[in-house]
Design a protein around this ligand. Structure first.
Ligand code: NCD
Length: 309
């Protein structure tokens, strides 16, 4: 049993094993491997999610496990029950492990501590502004499939860095795997100490894109910006920090354009760029199911007998 609350929970050999298994599973995405038969995984999602939630459900099913879903709006947390009590109650019903998404940074690690004694693994599916480790793993795997390597690549992460757990996990993982990571944002969306995570910070997108081999666009998290407006205008943000056809035309033919989804078409990405052949956004989603199957195997200390690609 192993938790995955942040990239730092993984040893180098765990990262290698997860990505290698995900690569093999990706080649036959619909096949079923009944290595978790008889176990029930609880998907506790207290924030909206489409890709992450559904891909964890499919991943569990394709490994033979059952799922139960607990959504914030329809659970007893509305009546005041805490996340930790919710999870302890699910543990009392003998679920085998948890996938957790919350708006509170650090909550995944708290849940992990709460159920550690009963030996149940916890996988963080995004905790507030902190981390989203499985997104970073699927992004790294997608980059490696397309570019055949990660070490030495120049990866540029663009946009709402302040609110992005995707960026934090990606900086941690990609810098550890030897990529040169640049981050770009207006000053108001740039955390002050971000370079300490292992990246170089830019405020000028065109400068940051010089030599870029992978571009990861982030969603402008308007639901969080509503509470604390940090941008003078959406239009100005889109002009200065959006990826449009003019900027894309200056980049090499083999540049990878990535986005974790959901996309705000016309804000961080011009619609034509989202649909360009250099965009691998839907491939990230396909790889995401394989990657989450590999992460579940890691959490339960098992693997699947799938031949190499
Ligand atoms: C991200 C998330 O929720 O952190 N989405 C995802 O899981 N693919 C990114 C976002 O919401 O902008």
């Amino acid at each position: 049993m192993r938790h995955l609350t942040a990239i730092a929970d993984l040893r180098d050999e765990d990262i290698g094993a997860i990505l290698d298994l995900a690569d093999r599973l990706y080649t036959q995405p619909e096949r079923r491997y009944p290595v978790l038969t008889g176990r029930t995984i609880a998907n506790v999602f207290f924030e909206p999610s489409t890709r992450t939630r559904v891909s964890f459900e499919l991943a569990a099913r394709r490994l033979g496990a059952d799922n139960v879903a607990v959504a914030g709006a329809t659970s007893s947390t509305v009546k005041g029950e805490t996340l930790l009590d919710t999870v302890k109650n699910l543990a009392a019903m003998k679920v085998a492990g948890f996938v957790v998404r919350t708006s509170t940074s650090g909550a995944a690690a708290q849940v992990a501590r709460a159920v550690d004694a009963v030996g149940l693994p916890v996988i963080n599916a995004g905790d507030g502004l902190h981390e989203h480790p499985t997104q970073a793993l699927l992004d790294a795997g997608t980059i490696r499939r397309h570019k055949r390597r990660i070490a030495g690549l120049t990866v540029v992460i663009v946009g709402d860095l302040t609110h992005s757990r995707v960026a934090r996990s990606n900086i941690a993982l990609l810098s550890r795997l030897g990529a040169k990571v640049r981050v770009v944002a207006p000053r108001t969306l740039m955390p002050v100490d971000i370079e300490a995570l292992g990246c170089d910070a830019y405020t000028d997108l065109d400068r940051a894109l010089e030599g870029a081999e992978v571009i990861m666009m982030l969603r402008l998290q308007q639901e969080r910006l509503e509470k604390q407006p940090l941008l003078p205008s959406l239009r100005e943000f889109s002009q200065r920090y959006g990826l449009d056809d003019r900027r894309l035309a200056r980049l090499p033919a083999d540049v990878l354009v990535m986005h974790p989804g959901p996309i705000n078409r016309g804000v961080e990405l011009r619609s034509s760029v989202a649909d360009d052949k250099r965009a691998v956004i839907l491939d990230q989603v396909t790889y995401g199911v394989a990657c989450r199957m590999a992460v579940l195997c890691h959490a339960f200390g098992t693997t699947v007998p799938v031949a190499s690609a």
